[in-house]
Write a protein of this length. Structure first.
Length: 407
């Protein structure tokens, strides 16, 4: 294998940056929501502790000097943390929430620095080693959202606001004047201020790299290597979440079980590498024709499965019929040959609540209808209103699923 050319390396860098600025990753939306809830709990706990310390500090030192800014951060942070924790734990989550809460965290810290300026303590605004360090807590929390754009957004905001505070202070006060006020943390130095800005930027970069790496590892752990679809473990976890969500909101969802017709014969005729290419082509066709909110996974071997949230069985059957027709007309480019119209699949569809209220019932019913599609001649989609699918579903209730012959 040769060394990658300059153009290939440039394409690879472009791909990485494209992933950074892409739309929110559907695979990680649930992880991001969990991270937001965890961040809310941590934010509230930290804010509660800080508010307690600030209250003691307020009693001892009053509202002058650093205690002023410290109390602004503490009590603003506590109020905001409580409101956010209540909101996210009641189930509210949108992809933009991480941007808003990260901006709030940075703003609360910045408000403490601005409070020093308001109190006539510019030295503390640019030299504080207590409030300034809270920026790093805010930036560290962005890693819990699994979105590198949030890291970049919060870090950029922190750098810009801090530079703004520094610029305002330097324009309105002589920060080197020994009679200015508190020099608790040493004399003012432009070198130390530059170092502060650089460290904030470096921490932002590090947080971004950590999140990108975490996303890559998460994607690897939930993806099927061959097809790029989700794997069985991810499907098992996700369908249970979708069933709970669907029942809670009294909505509907559909599950489609798909099996490539006569796949063993295809492998025997054209080779296993051709079979791999066939599975990859079908996987691409599925992903290209389904919504971002739909979940497509490799269930095992040549069997695939689809979760369609907020979709009834009739709509799911129509969509899978469109995809079935696209696959049946697909041209497959193999080494030294081109095949057209040699691949078909059969599918069975079940929906919640019509076909059951739990995961096992849904999968069993969809699998029964897949079996009915195979028995009826393959290359078809069987839903609940298909008579052959209904008969097969009724028969499957009385027998052990494991006793069904291989398809």
């Amino acid at each position: 294998m040769g060394t990658p050319s300059g153009a290939e390396r440039a394409d690879d860098r472009f791909t990485r940056w494209a992933r950074l600025w892409a739309q929110p990753d559907v695979v990680l939306l649930d992880a991001s929501a969990d991270g937001e809830r965890l961040s809310a709990r941590i934010r509230f706990t930290v804010a509660l502790l800080v508010a307690g310390v600030a209250a003691v500090d307020l009693a001892n030192r009053g509202t002058s000097g650093e205690a002023y800014g410290w109390n602004v951060v503490a009590f603003l942070g506590l109020a905001g943390a409580l409101a956010l924790m209540v909101m996210v734990h009641r189930g509210f989550y949108r992809w933009w929430l991480g941007f808003a809460t990260s901006a709030l965290d940075v703003t609360i810290v910045s408000a403490g620095l601005v409070a020093f300026l308001y109190a006539g303590e510019p030295q503390l605004a640019v030299n504080s080693r207590v409030v300034y360090e809270a920026y790093f807590l805010a930036l560290a929390a962005t890693c819990l959202r699994y979105d590198p754009k949030i890291c970049v957004w919060a870090g950029t905001l922190a750098v810009l606001v801090y530079v703004g505070v520094l610029s305002y202070a330097s324009m309105h006060w002589d920060l080197t004047d020994p009679d200015l006020g508190s020099f608790s943390y040493g004399p003012f130095s432009w070198h130390s201020q530059l170092a502060r800005v650089v460290v904030l930027a470096a921490f932002t970069w590090l947080a971004t790299i950590i999140v990108i790496r975490a996303r890559q590892l998460h994607r690897m752990s939930t993806s099927d290597f061959l097809t790029g679809l989700h794997n069985r473990g991810y499907f098992d976890e996700r369908i249970r979440e979708e069933v709970v969500r669907t029942r809670r909101h009294k909505r509907t969802m559909a599950v489609g079980m798909i099996d490539v017709d006569k796949f063993k014969n295809f492998n025997d005729s054209y080779g296993h590498s051709a079979g791999d290419m066939a599975l990859q082509a079908i996987a691409r066709t599925l992903k290209d024709n389904l919504r971002l909110t739909d979940v497509v996974a490799r269930y095992g071997g040549e069997e695939l499965v689809v979760i369609m949230p907020e979709t009834g069985s009739d709509a799911a059957v129509r969509k899978l019929e469109q995809i079935r027709e696209a696959v049946a007309e697909m041209t497959l480019e193999l080494p030294r040959r081109t095949l057209r119209g040699v691949l078909t699949f059969s599918a069975g569809v079940a929906s919640l609540p019509d076909d059951g209220e739990d995961v096992d019932a849904l999968i069993a019913r969809a699998d029964a209808r897949l079996f009915a599609a195979k028995q009826a001649g393959r290359n078809r989609v069987v839903g609940p209103h298909d008579h052959s699918g209904l008969r097969a579903s009724q028969e499957m209730r009385a027998i052990d699923i494991d006793s069904v012959p291989p398809m």
